[in-house]
Design a protein around this ligand. Structure first.
Ligand code: NAP
Length: 258
């Protein structure tokens, strides 16, 4: 059987850690040449080196997704070197906890810049790169883009924005006959530094209570692994999902069922 992403060129942002690293690795295993970017170059270079050592094709670059000129330079390089881009995963993200009352304006703006504005810039750049050849754009939202949590006011807003912005981009690409599909992935609680460091920053009692609450609230009674999300991204990246655009792929152990 042929690899599922044979001859494809992919770009994954925030690929130095967690879900992005797992997704880039999974794409390379299925035959894609993957460009991995992250604000932290050493970390993303190390992930790319691991992929290459396993026989995959990977190129690491430093990119701040909030910087428009970084997007321009990166996309130009990919088109110059590979001649095409088939898959883009807008994955880089941050979480700053705070309620509507405790969130500062600067934390609100920082969250929107990384989680929402950068997804707009990435999707726009991806559409420009793919409109002659077609492709798949995957925007990483969250269960927090579907349901509210008191403690994640800014994050909720950013991920809800990603969800509905993606539908707008999907409709535009369909109307223009670009053969570009644009979908969201909505992870639940996944064991990555974002979650482990978040729980670790609480007092031992509060951390244990949060963990116990999560185990009660997640119907499958466990947190997910980055590979669970990477496999969903692989499906959306591959031609197996050719009839999906503007869709929401929820991978959350059942968290949003009730
Ligand atoms: P992670 O382990 O913290 O990885 C996120 C990566 O993005 C980090 O390497 C981070 O670098 C990078 N990044 C942050 N700001 C950036 C910027 N401005 N430019 C370029 N790279 C930047 O988090 P993760 O859990 O894998 O999260 C990946 C995505 O999944 C995020 O969009 C997140 O919101 C979403 N998500 C995660 C979960 C979960 O439970 N883990 C659930 C729902 C959705 P630094 O560490 O240097 O900042």
């Amino acid at each position: 059987m042929n690899p599922r992403l044979q001859h494809k060129v992919a770009l994954v942002t925030g690929a130095g850690s967690g879900i992005g690293a797992a997704t880039a690795t999974r794409f390379a295993e299925e035959g894609a040449h993957v460009f991995l970017t992250d604000a932290d170059f050493e970390r993303v270079a190390s992930v790319a080196a691991t992929i290459s050592a396993a026989g995959g094709r990977a190129t690491a670059r430093r990119q701040d997704v909030t910087d428009e000129s970084d997007w321009n330079v990166l996309m130009q390089e990919i088109i110059d070197v590979k001649g095409r881009l088939d898959i883009l995963v807008n994955n880089a993200g941050i979480v700053i906890t705070g309620t509507v009352e405790s969130t500062s304006l600067s934390d609100w703006r920082k969250t929107q810049a990384v989680n929402l504005e950068a997804v707009f810039m990435g999707t726009r750049a991806g559409v420009a790169a793919m409109k002659a050849t077609g492709g798949s754009i995957i925007n990483i939202s969250s269960i927090e883009g579907i349901i509210g949590e008191a403690l994640t006011a800014a994050y909720n807003a950013s991920k809800g924005g990603v969800r509905i912005f993606t539908k707008s981009a999907a409709l535009h690409c369909a109307q223009e006959n670009y053969n570009i599909r644009v979908n969201t992935v909505h992870p639940g609680y996944i064991l990555t530094p974002m979650v482990t460091e978040g729980i670790g920053s609480l007092s031992p009692d509060a951390g244990a209570e949060m963990h116990a609450n999560l185990m009660r609230e997640i119907p499958l009674k466990t947190m997910g692994e980055p590979l669970d999300i990477a496999n969903g991204c692989l499906f959306l990246a591959s031609d197996e999902s050719k009839y999906m655009t503007g869709s929401e792929l929820v991978i959350d152990g059942g968290y949003t069922c009730r």
